[in-house]
Design a protein around this ligand. Structure first.
Ligand code: F6P
Length: 530
């Protein structure tokens, strides 16, 4: 398509932005009483309201022209045809195949069947620990995509938890993470899942070795490992070398990216936490959204619309910060999962042609659940100097209903998006009887753009839809920005340096080439003899 910023579609957007950017959402709403009807989309029972975005019908039309220029449908076809669209790693991108139901590849369905059998044995008490006792606790040892997705999903589906089985997640290399779990656990009744696509990740292998030592300290001999360790990985040689029995390994293919791997055997802790049938519903919800994404035209396509709004905010309104605010305690880890999904995918500055881009790419993404966030950083959103694009996520029904909570929760969600959009003028403050000296402090500029996503309820199916919605948003943004969303070379440099510094910190080698700050810090830290 040539240089993105030189395409007619981009240039038309740039001209249009100079008209729209100075306009206030108050005006946009006053000009068009049909705004809500025209700027909402629905897929099944999932609603996307983007009427509080700073766009009009022309903006959307121009953004869709940009999507056509970027050939978004051609890229979907390339992904579906199994082309190696992750070109820097020469890999296809196949996570949608994992949740394709009867159309999933045979090897995927075979692993799902094994996962189901395994879950049944653990839940039914047929799978026993070395002492003959049933499993009461499962600990997932993984990090990044091998932790965040399943951790978030297991927590989001707390209302569906299996009785008598607790599922824990340990990710950090800091021993405080694993140690604080182990003190509460019994080695005779604890099962570990070592979740690592590569099975080479320092954090996960360190935690797995420590967990194995902890188990063997209590067990009679090494045969206990087979009763207490299973793995989810693509690296069968490494799982065998670790001592995990081949029948305890749930494999997946290298065309599954880490941050898209929840749908593979990396989802095993979710299946154990909520039961395999609910895990299958999670896959079904994601598949339903896939079908929508693959077939809906641009003007009705939810993921594409989310992506186009993201691009508009980043590139034409200069909003370099994206807040994610689920008004759902159960979805409190969604922002953390989306941080990896979006920032590891599209936090890049070199395009698919190896050129430096001359436009902003992914904004900094962050967030907290409502209403908690309202009592911490929302002040900055209302009266600070930053433009922050916000996603509000609301549930029609509570997953843990107690009288008097949910309507107040929803009222707060709607009040925040409304206050952020429309603010309060000085005249309104005066009319409300505010003392003149306080009027500047009690005015709110508004005009913060937001989208509200409403799920009818938080079920495995709707959660699957929601996660897939964001996955495809990420895909579309990568297409629009001409990025490879599926590699992550940026995390490598730090990893390499850490492996060089560890022996220096332990005093096993001198490293004269280190920078003065790192050398000074090592000298200081060595006094603590770690
Ligand atoms: O952070 C880099 C990364 O490669 C992620 O993409 C991945 O999800 C994570 O590390 C964990 O990798 P693995 O599953 O191979 O242990």
């Amino acid at each position: 398509m040539g240089r993105l910023t030189e395409t007619p579609a981009w240039q038309a957007l740039a001209r249009h932005a100079s008209n729209i950017a100075p306009r206030h959402l108050r005006e946009l709403f006053a000009d068009n009483p049909q705004r809500f009807e025209q700027l909402t989309l629905q897929h099944g029972r999932l609603l996307l309201d983007f009427s509080k975005q700073r766009v009009d019908a022309t903006t959307l039309q121009l953004l869709r022209e940009l999507a056509a220029t970027a050939d978004w449908q051609g890229w979907i076809a390339r992904m579906r045809d199994g082309e190696a669209i992750n070109h820097t790693e020469r890999r296809a991108v196949g996570h949608c195949r994992l949740r394709a139901g009867n159309d999933a590849p045979d090897e995927v369905r075979a692993v799902l069947q094994r996962m189901e059998d395994f879950c049944d044995r653990v839940h039914g008490g047929q799978w026993r620990g070395f002492s003959g006792e049933r499993i009461t606790d499962v600990v997932n040892l993984g990090i990044g995509g091998s932790d965040l997705g399943p951790r978030m999903a297991a927590q989001a589906l707390a209302a569906y938890r299996q009785p008598d089985l607790r599922v824990h997640f340990v990710a950090n290399l800091d021993s405080a993470d694993l140690a604080s779990e182990l003190v509460r656990l019994n080695p005779r009744t604890t099962l570990f899942i070592v979740a690592s696509k590569t099975f080479t990740t320092l954090e996960t292998l360190t935690n797995a070795r420590t967990a194995r030592d902890w188990l063997l300290h209590a067990a009679i001999d090494e045969s206990a490992v087979a009763r207490h360790f299973v793995a989810a990985s693509t690296n069968l040689e490494a799982t065998a070398a670790f001592g995990i029995a081949p029948e305890n390994v749930f494999p997946f293919a290298d065309w599954v990216g880490g941050r898209f791997s929840l749908w593979s055997s990396i989802g095993l802790p979710v299946a154990l936490a909520v039961g395999f049938r609910n895990f299958a519903q999670l896959l079904a919800g994601a598949h339903d959204l896939d079908e929508h994404f693959f077939s809906a035209p641009a003007e009705r396509n939810l993921p594409l619309t989310l992506a186009l709004l993201g691009l508009w905010n980043s590139n034409f309104l200069d909003a370099h910060s994206q807040g994610i605010f689920p008004y759902s305690h159960s979805l409190r880890l969604l922002p953390t999962h989306l941080q990896q999904l979006e920032m590891e995918s599209n936090g890049k500055r070199v395009d698919r042609d190896g050129q430096f881009v001359d436009y902003s790419t992914n904004p900094v993404l962050w967030g907290e659940p409502g209403t908690n966030g309202q009592h911490s950083f929302f002040q900055l959103l209302h009266q600070g100097s930053e433009l922050v694009a916000c996603d509000f996520i609301a549930l029609g029904r509570s997953d843990f209903p107690l009288p008097g909570h949910h309507s107040n929760l929803l009222a707060n969600c709607l009040a925040q998006s409304s206050a952020l959009a429309f603010g309060q003028t000085a005249e309104e403050a005066r009319a409300a009887g505010i003392d003149e000296a306080l009027v500047p402090y009690r005015t709110f500029p508004g005009n913060q753009p937001s989208t509200t996503i409403v799920l009818p309820e938080l079920s495995p199916f709707t959660l699957g839809q929601l996660i897939a919605l964001y996955e495809h948003k990420v895909f579309c943004l990568g297409v629009l920005w001409n990025l490879n969303s599926f590699d992550q070379w940026g995390v490598e440099l730090g990893k390499q340096l850490a492996s060089r510094l560890a022996p220096t910190l332990r005093g096993e080698r001198q490293d004269e080439e280190l920078d003065a700050s790192t050398r000074g810090l090592i000298a200081h830290l060595r006094q603590f003899r770690n």
